[in-house]
Design a binder for this molecule. Structure first.
Ligand SMILES: Cc1cc2nc3c(=O)[nH]c(=O)nc-3n(C[C@H](O)[C@H](O)[C@H](O)COP(=O)(O)OP(=O)(O)OC[C@H]3O[C@@H](n4cnc5c(N)ncnc54)[C@H](O)[C@@H]3O)c2cc1C
Ligand code: SF4
Ligand code: SF4
Ligand code: SF4
Length: 416
């Protein structure tokens, strides 16, 4: 397939992250995001697409890759640079000083609490967040304009989320907004900001949550089947609630389960990993103004209520975080790059090498693949093996008739 001017190229080579950013920029409404095989995918209407006369969707698409290094250098005029973290201003750990927010969020409730601070001080008019709107288990994105709306989006959703139908709402609203998303969402919006002045002016910041990889909706289906819960009976679902690292909490008409994060998440292994995550290199969110995540090393990992780490790339937000701490919304302490990276080491250190192994294997079979503006780390034999094993697991994950294998390994892996 020749390089095209629209996202047919992304779809043809299986490069789509499902971010949803393309839908909103299409002037002829030729794109609609739908769920296909457990992931979000754009459906393209070739009859109405302007193709070569337009090309906007491909311009904002993060799936095909982007000039990560150049955009990051231009965006953040900061001194510090780290092989894994990228360009940054400062690093911290801390948490929300509201015990309830801290306990019921993913890690320390920092994303929710900082957004609440910015809203209450009139610095922003709203924030794009992801909560359960349609039902209790299918997350969707919306603009939160109140504290309650921010808190309705608390905690992590380990499933695909498309941030479509949001970009234009921001562009057409008066006010200042923050966008919260995964690194690939932020890449897409940064690309959009480059070609859309009004959108750029209305977004005063991008907050990313770290992301080693996502899970398709089949992971959710597997868990519900495993614990014998009917989707339609669910009244509450959270991938992480009640402390840190927290529990998978599901409440339905007939039962309630609470499974420790350490017992279920790791045991899903790579069975439900989306394909595009295998070639993603952006663990922390290289283009976000502030990036939030867990911190999995002692003494922080001894905390059971909630604790976050975060990377500040834009000094404007460093000042605001310090003010939020002074006004007792949050507590924060500086962190060093080595500790942060060590806390993410299992997924972070091999990420570039494994992505490059996958990219090379794709090229070998003649596939176009993701492109960045710098040379990725050279893969080792173990990276090729890991990626091939991952592909076998993904095959099993895509076929429910083979889920007995996952079930068997899941039970074996549960820590007593
Ligand atoms: C798929 C995925 C992979 C992750 N991988 C890692 C990792 O490898 N290492 C690590 O340290 N942390 C990882 N995280 C981040 C971590 O789980 C927490 O989200 C982070 O620590 C922030 O916690 P908090 O308590 O400060 O945020 P909260 O106050 O709980 O707020 C979380 C915010 O994240 C947004 N959000 C949640 N899920 C999604 C989603 N799927 N897409 C877009 N926005 C979303 C919500 O809108 C909410 O505003 C991952 C999160 C996800 C969703
Ligand atoms: S090329 Fe333009 S008209 Fe066609 S789908 Fe993309 S954005 Fe829409
Ligand atoms: S913009 Fe996002 S959803 Fe659209 S094709 Fe690209 S990666 Fe997929
Ligand atoms: S690993 Fe990369 S592509 Fe996959 S969900 Fe995370 S940020 Fe997006």
């Amino acid at each position: 397939m020749k390089k095209q001017s629209n996202i047919a190229y992304t779809l043809h080579y299986n490069l789509c992250t499902g971010c949803g950013v393309c839908e909103d920029v299409c002037p002829t409404k030729s794109i609609e995001i739908k769920r296909i095989n457990g992931e979000n995918r754009p459906i393209l209407n070739n009859q109405t697409c302007l193709s070569l006369k337009c090309g906007k969707c491909l311009k904002v698409c993060p799936g095909i890759g982007l000039n990560l290094l150049t955009i990051s250098k231009n965006q953040f005029n900061v001194l510090n640079e780290d092989k894994y973290i990228g360009h940054y201003h400062s690093l911290y750990t801390g948490y929300s000083l509201d015990e309830k927010i801290r306990f019921h969020s993913a890690s320390g409730g920092m994303v929710s609490q900082f957004l609440i601070y910015l809203l209450e001080k009139g610095i922003i008019d709203g924030a794009v967040v992801t909560g359960y709107l349609e039902d209790h288990i299918t997350p969707s994105s919306y603009i939160a304009r109140t504290k309650e709306e921010i808190l309705n989006a608390k905690s992590s959703k380990y499933c695909p989320v498309a941030l479509n139908k949001i970009g234009n709402e921001i562009k057409n609203s008066e006010g200042k907004y923050i966008i919260v998303g995964l690194p690939c969402h932020i890449q897409g919006f940064r690309k959009r900001a480059e070609i859309d002045k009004k959108f750029r002016e209305n977004v005063i910041g991008y907050f990313s949550i770290y992301c080693s990889s996502n899970r398709t909706y089949h992971a959710q289906d597997f868990l519900l089947k495993k614990y014998d819960i009917q989707k339609q009976d669910i009244s509450y679902f959270s991938y992480r609630d009640n402390g840190c690292l927290g529990n998978l909490v599901v409440k339905s008409n007939s039962k309630e389960i609470s499974v420790p994060y350490i017992n279920y998440y790791g045991n899903l292994r790579s069975f439900f990993k989306p394909r595009r995550c295998l070639t993603c290199i952006d663990h922390y969110g290289a283009l976000a103004d502030v990036c939030f995540g867990d911190i999995h090393v002692p003494p922080f990992s001894e905390d059971k209520i909630g604790i976050s780490s975060w990377i500040v790339r834009n000094p404007f937000f460093d000042e605001l975080l310090k003010r939020a701490a002074k006004e007792k919304y949050i507590t924060m302490h500086t962190l060093d790059a080595k500790t942060l990276n060590e806390s993410q080491k299992t997924m972070l250190y091999p990420k570039q090498r494994r992505a490059q192994a996958m990219i090379k294997m794709d090229r070998l079979i003649g596939k176009e693949t993701v492109k960045y503006d710098f040379e990725l780390e050279k893969p080792q034999l173990k990276d090729y093996i890991a990626e091939m094993l991952c592909q076998i697991q993904r095959y099993i994950g895509k076929h429910p008739s083979l889920w007995w294998i996952i079930d068997y390994l899941y039970d074996k892996g549960i820590k007593k």
